[in-house]
Design a protein around this ligand. Sequence first.
Ligand SMILES: [Zn+2]
Length: 1013
Amino acid sequence: MQILSIRRSIGTFLSLISLVFFNNLPSHAQQVSKQSTWQQQCDYDIDVKLDDIERQLTGKIKMTYTNNSPETLREIYIHLWPNAYMNNETPFAKQQVENGSLDFYFTNDSCRGNIDSLSFWVNGIAASIKADFNSSNGGSLQHQKNLSIDIICLILPMPLAPGDVCTIETPFRVRIPKVFSRLGWGYDRETQNYNFNITQWYPKPAVYDANGWNPIPYLDQGEFYSEFGTFNAKITVPTKYILAATGNEKSKTDNGDGTTTSIYKQAKVHDFAWFANPDFRIVSEDIILKSGRKVVSKVYYIAKAKKITDKDAFDKVKSYSKALNTIKNTVEFLGSHVGEYPYDVVTVVQGPLLAGGGMEYPTITVMPGLDATTIEHEVGHNWFYGILGSNEREHPWMDEGINSFYEDWYKNRLDSNNAVKTYAGVKELSAIDQHYILYQMQQTAALDQPIKGHAADYTDANYGAIVYGKTALVFNYLREYLGNEMMDKCMREYYNIWKFKHPLPGDIREVFERVSGKKLDWFFNTLIGTTKTVDYKLVKAKQLQDKLYITIKNKGGVESPVFINTKTKTGEEKAYTLEGFKGKKTFEVPCKDWKWVKIDTGHYMMETNLRNNYIKRGFLFKGKEPSHIKLLGIGQSNDHNIYLDPMILANKYDGLMLGIMLSNEIVPLRSLQYTLMPLYGFKSQRIGGMADVTKFIKTGNKKIYMVEVGMNFRRFNNGKFKVSKNNNDTLISYSRTDLYVKLLFGKKNPRSLRDNNLTFGILGIEESGKNIQTTSRVMSFSTYTYIEFNSKDNSKLNPITYQVKTLKGNATRLQATASGHFNFNIKKKLYYRFFGGIVKSNSTYLGDRSNIYASGNSGMQDFTYDHLMPGRNEQVYGNNIWSQQVLTRDGNMHIPMAGNFMSSSWLTAANIELPLPSKIPFYIYADINVYNGTDPLTNKQAVTSLYCAGISLPIIDKGLTIYIPLLYSKSMHDFYKFNPSIYKSFFSTICFNLDLNRINPTHRKNIRINNFM
Ligand SMILES: [Zn+2]
């Protein structure tokens, strides 16, 4: 345990030092937003051989580098991206862990990879390099222009003057990793064949442009930037392999030694990828472009020949012909809206990939499945990254975002051709709706980031929701504003000027503003540059003769165009576009006898509040569309709905409970979120249930970014018992009301996985007993105030979560908990929890429930009713399975003792669960408590210790854990001995922990995109 915290503090210390000392390194932030008129060129001759047994490549590369810049170059930065797979210290490896993937971290050396055997010669003269092979030096996640293990700086033996050309030659060997991201090998158990994705694999110069050198370490989240040139690649593979590669196959020769050599050539591209698999089969078709030029489209699919039946074969051919059709449609769609596809070949390859659903390379893309959506997206990348070679790492919106916009547009066109599918009355979401919901989820939770960011600075969720999704939305908005024709005109001009070049954000802006004649500050500065939101409000509409005067207020932060529709009583509908404005404005439009006015009927404006976009003449609730009541709580939420869901719950005392859950949308988060759930218990014949109302207030402040004000209520029955033999049954119940204010603290780095928050709350607990026949009632009501600080670590690797809590009521408590796990590998973890608590009781009653308990905490000790329990009072009144339930609180000893060991002053605890080796699912657990308490048998008060150890079995990621105590303290043995009603047999020592709070329906408000990943 200590090792962990020491490692952490060393880490913090080192990062502090690096902050102090390395902060003045040249930062890689772009200084200019417009590209220069010159551009470097790099042509490649590569000769490489695949050894499939050793899973390595050996070869040599010759780069012919032309310096078209006005400066003399003395060094050239070279990427050695296979080194990303060398160890756990590379920027790639660190990002994998941060993004929650531990596969690479825990892999063995034989699955890692690297590039070596390098020896650089420039113009025939041996050249030296500056490199740092020993550390990742400065964590290139901060994208500083210093070296990481996969970047070297080649010192040119002689300066390269403007206009000069040099050749750079080196042999190389690539040890191919298993596929963890893009480059790698896969193995097919069925055909017993290896397959290879050879991507980001050869030494390659960084781009030198208007901003100087752009060296970038290999990352999974974050793509590339490379110089254009011509590739000549000679690839030798064992003859059984079928090859797919960038460009055209010029020749193929059987070498007679069991190997085959193919030569590929392609001009005007900035990357070269190839794929080899003996199980590839090919379907192909010619596409004739509008210009009459022919493009060959190919699909390389994986066929497992042994098992294919005739029907399978038929189905496959059918589905692959479908894939060819998707390629053709995409090439035609982007050809007409952006610019003609300039290459002779377009290929889609089926292959393993762990970096997203598909990956693009010039003229060729790879994806595990061959679904239409992925093909559209990846083939689309031929334009946005392939031909328009923007800096994907610095400006990912320029490739992923714009490409997603065209993907949505293409799909939308398909959707309008075919009727939109509905499932159980719920409409299937369009691609644009899906992007809108993801963006709204992040925006309403105050977790969004501006579109213009660097790829590695986004959280895992925002990389998809913002870079892809929100960019697609803002371009859809721009398209609606400019009109399809003008949009195409702008994009075609952008294509014509910048094809085979490196446009920067200022360049695309220049083209769009010049061609459209519009000032697009609202678009490029605000929508792309900030997280400000669009919210126009219809204030009023007034008819004066033939004119309708519409007053609109801009309540958002963007002065963007407004789309308005008016409808007359005679059914005439008209659409208007207003230029963006600040504050309140009144517009007049010709309109007779108006019926309603709406803002943004087509949902183009990404409006964050759709409730103020509508006015109906004479309607009572002006400005609000009526709420809809729906049966299923599926979040299709372009407006406000009320959801009614049937609920079934059960506990020991209420029996089966039936009821309804009434709630508003949870996706995306509403600023006022509510869930009401009345339930009727068939056994207790009483009404209980849960309710939760939360107001989320975005503060706009960086330190406390959100304030949550909430009320959470619960009421259930608790048990039934007879006070004495002749008495009637008494039914006891509880209600718990929690009123709180929670402050959510902002993070300096949005990618930090630690969430800190502070809660101030008041708890009201009512416990009552009701005599079933006389209906007389006894009631007690207690209130507590509490302050709780939580620091939750969401990392997958070795997380530690802290909690400090004070509670004041009948007693005063102060407690602190640290808990977490340490990963031995992906599955096996050591779980730990440390606890310390002090209590100052107002009563001298030893059994006071607010005391700190050591062993077998049950429902009775949960005096603030924090836990959900099916049989809360069974340890007291019953004797069945529910009496074996223990709770994670206080001393947390996993042995049911009805809370007989306790302290009314202080207690400390350590709980550890250690996995057994190999495939055994069991753990060894040990609990130790040291406390000042009273022995239940001798009544002596002393500082004493207890231990308990045994076997545990965690199920569903510790949602349910079963504990079998095998060794425990003598005082506990004695206690069992003298209490035969508690100890009947060995089986009554077995206990279980059940975490029902995880599935509490009123916690649904905390759903975030990350919960789905
Ligand atoms: Zn993409």
